[in-house]
Each structure stands twice: as structure tokens, then as C-alpha cells.
Design a protein around this ligand. Sequence first.
Ligand code: NAP
Length: 227
Amino acid sequence: MENSYKRKALVIGSNGTIGSAICSLLESEYDVVKISRKNSDFSEESLQQHALQLSESGSFSRIICCIGVLHDDVVSPEKSLKQIQVDKLQHYFYVNSILPALCIKYFHQILDKSTPSSFACLSAMVGSTKDNHLGGWYGYRASKAALNSLVKTSSIEINRTNKKACLIAIHPGTTVGDLSAPFAKNVKPEKYYTPVQSAQRILQVMDSLSARQSGNFYNWDGNLIDW
Ligand SMILES: NC(=O)c1ccc[n+]([C@@H]2O[C@H](COP(=O)([O-])OP(=O)(O)OC[C@H]3O[C@@H](n4cnc5c(N)ncnc54)[C@H](OP(=O)(O)O)[C@@H]3O)[C@@H](O)[C@H]2O)c1
């Protein structure tokens, strides 16, 4: 099929474990645009410029923001209040909440308005305040809870001007890769999914939803997660 006949999809964080698996799956059906640190510095100017350029090439049916950090050279999950530090909390909120919020701000404008379209932000089960039974991971939990709130709030505004758009937060399931590797020994093998499995499930959930479900927080199996 020629690219011009394909619907368009945008994957932000396209270079990560789940982001690259989503890109590979989408490519048979969609014309896929990829944004990652390879082609963006994620400044507001850069995101605004990307959105402007993309708007000139038509509207998008699927947008998936896969950005997130659990551990990197700046942060690792805190086990205790004693480990909370301003710069580390700021980094968690910058990557897990603020960057996705900027992506929603600039890229919701390129969602299709004439046919159903969806925009998913990869969140995490541990961002559920109700589901928190173990404690710890202060920055990651709080920044994903903030992401969920940003998704809910922006879904209300977006649906005023785009009645066919569905914006969701979704937990991909614990997925084999760099992000989960340090914690893999605590994960039951039957609950540790391949990137392709997680990518398939995220796309299946997105395909099953309409604007009526906009603003919700979903598990990879399509069930709602409590805030
Ligand atoms: N893997 C799991 O078990 C699991 C479980 C629950 C939730 N999640 C969530 O699912 C999403 C994807 O996870 P993953 O396993 O694919 O993780 P990953 O392989 O570590 O990918 C993380 C993505 O975030 C981007 N990123 C990280 N720091 C960034 C920064 N400072 N600025 C801009 N982009 C940055 C990376 O960008 P580049 O592409 O440029 O490298 C990459 O695309 C994350 O939001 C994660 O929190 C994952």
C-alpha cells in the first residue's frame, strides 16, 4: 500500500523499549512519524516546531507518548523518605509529567477531528494512589499520578473542540527491557511481558476505545485502573 493511503501515527519516545515495539507494529498499517531524543531536544520550541510541521502533512489517528524514566544517571527509585532530594524529584516530574504534558499541549492539535482518533500516554500501575500498598518509589509514583491527572484534565478541554478524540493514560504491564531489568527478580515470569506483547495490548486498547472513554486510566488488558 502507498504511504499516502495509510492513516498517520505519531510515536514520541520512539527509541525506547516499548516505543520501538509500537513503531514496528504500527508500520504495516500506518504512516509512522517518530520523535525521540535523536531528533528533538524536547524544548517547547522544538515540540511546537514538530507540531507545526506535522500539521502541514495531515491529521493523525494515533499518538502514543512512551516517554518515561524510572532510573537513569540522575535518579533511581527511593526506598525511603530519607532519599528524597529536590533535584531528583524535579527530574522525575520533568520526564514523567511535564514532558508528556507538553506533548499533549502541542500534539493534540494534530489529532484527526473527522474520524475517531486516540492519544495514549504510557503511565504505570504504581501511579495509582489507591493501588499503593508497598510504599517507596516516591518520585516515580507521584510523577505518574501527576501524569494521570494531566491526562484527565486535558481530556476535558480537548473534547470541547475535538468530539472524536480519546486521550488516555495506560499501564503497559511490566515489560522486559532496561527500565524494568534492575527489578526483574521480583517479577513473576508469567507477569513479565515482551515488548511486542505490551505494544500489541496498548494498540488493542486504543483500537477499542471511543471519545466516551476519554480521560480514563487503563490497564493493558482494557480494565480501568482506580486513580
Ligand atoms: N517497562 C516497564 O516494565 C514499564 C512498566 C510500567 C510503565 N512503563 C512506562 O512505559 C513507558 C516506556 O517504558 P520503556 O520500558 O519503553 O522504557 P525505556 O526503554 O527506558 O524508554 C523510555 C523512553 O523515555 C524517553 N526518555 C527518557 N528520559 C528522557 C528525557 N530526559 N527526555 C526525553 N525523553 C526521555 C526515552 O527516550 P529516547 O527514545 O530518546 O531514548 C525512551 O523513549 C515509560 O513511560 C514507563 O514509565 C514501563
